[in-house]
Design a protein. Structure first.
Length: 320
């Protein structure tokens, strides 16, 4: 388990990484009474941070009285809540922030992380053997979630167009029912749902993130919150980076924490985390360029109505 030594070492590590950060932080001027975090069961780092009260410990010193946690099944509704001011901070895959920015949502990218694994799955006994066999088939995925982009990119890699498949826009809970009853031919989804489907539903991956289709997840914040409370947001990102450094060296423990907190079978959770590259940091030029390429593809496919500039909403942490 994470312990007080980890919390202290994470805090000291953050202090060393952030020049000028005091080891005895003073309360931030006009600090909010609460910090509201949107998370998903696939957000293993946030699950670990929540269980061990990492944010609560650090932010209390800045004057934040309470950290509230709000669970979402997948990214688009989380970002709707972020845009509406119902949460201040959250994590999603690559696609939701593109759709949100296109729709005018007031949010910023605060940090990035390699995405958990995505896959396009078929029943083990399916005659479909490759992505090219999906032509004319019904493929389930959440509209506007990371698996939406994963499907687009996997089709492109296989020489198919997005129009070659029949999309079935389903959230994970509905998609698993459609998949197991044969209402859809394939299902695109991310871990740990990917690992659960392999373990419980005898699913077989046609293609995964590891097949040259890697992307990123993003920690986002309300633009208003980032402007009003930059020191609080900076501290939150630093603490999350500390959790990531620990988790990268303790994957078995992270799997146990995640399984206990979410009720997901430990073996499935371990399989998901074992294939997850764990790190959190600011958005590099390469990450911004990759995200912009996704946005441009979605514009070309008319999945968003207007061109966006991803870099315009990349947040820069204050230097103090």
């Amino acid at each position: 388990m994470l312990n007080r030594r980890f919390l202290l070492s994470g805090f000291l590590g953050a202090a060393l990484l952030a020049p000028g950060l005091s080891l005895l932080p003073t309360k931030a001027a006009g600090a909010p009474k609460e910090f509201r975090i949107g998370y998903q069961k696939s957000s293993s780092l946030l699950v670990a941070a929540r269980q061990q009260k990492v944010f609560e410990t650090r932010l209390k010193a800045l004057g934040v009285e309470e950290v509230k946690w709000v669970e979402f099944q997948f990214g688009p509704p989380l970002l709707e809540a972020l845009g509406a001011g119902a949460v201040d901070f959250g994590v999603t895959g690559d696609t939701p922030p593109i759709l949100a920015q296109s729709a005018g949502a007031q949010l910023v990218y605060a940090a990035s992380s390699p995405a958990v694994q995505n896959a396009i799955l078929v029943p083990n006994g399916s005659p479909i053997q490759s992505v090219t066999d999906l032509k004319g088939k019904k493929v389930a995925f959440g509209k506007g979630c990371s698996s939406h982009n994963f499907t687009v990119q996997a089709l492109k890699q296989a020489g198919l167009a997005y129009s070659d498949i029949v999309p079935a826009f389903l959230a994970p809970a509905d998609a698993v029912a459609a998949f197991t009853t044969g209402s859809v031919d394939a299902w695109a989804v991310w871990d740990p749902y990917f690992a659960i489907a392999e373990a419980k539903h005898n699913a077989r991956p046609l293609v995964t993130t590891a097949d040259g289709l890697d992307s990123n997840s993003f920690y986002l914040a309300s633009k208003a919150f980032s402007q009003a409370h930059p020191d609080v947001l900076k501290a939150a990102v630093e603490e999350l980076s500390g959790v990531a450094r620990w988790a990268a060296e303790h994957k078995d423990e992270l799997a146990s924490i995640s399984s206990e907190a979410t009720g997901i079978d430990l073996a499935a959770q371990k399989a998901a985390i074992d294939r997850y590259r764990i790190e959190v940091g600011p958005l590099s030029d390469a990450v911004v360029a990759q995200q912009q390429a996704i946005a441009d593809t979605f514009l070309e496919l008319k999945l968003i109505p207007n061109k966006i500039n991803v870099r315009e909403i990349v947040w820069a942490a204050p230097i103090n």
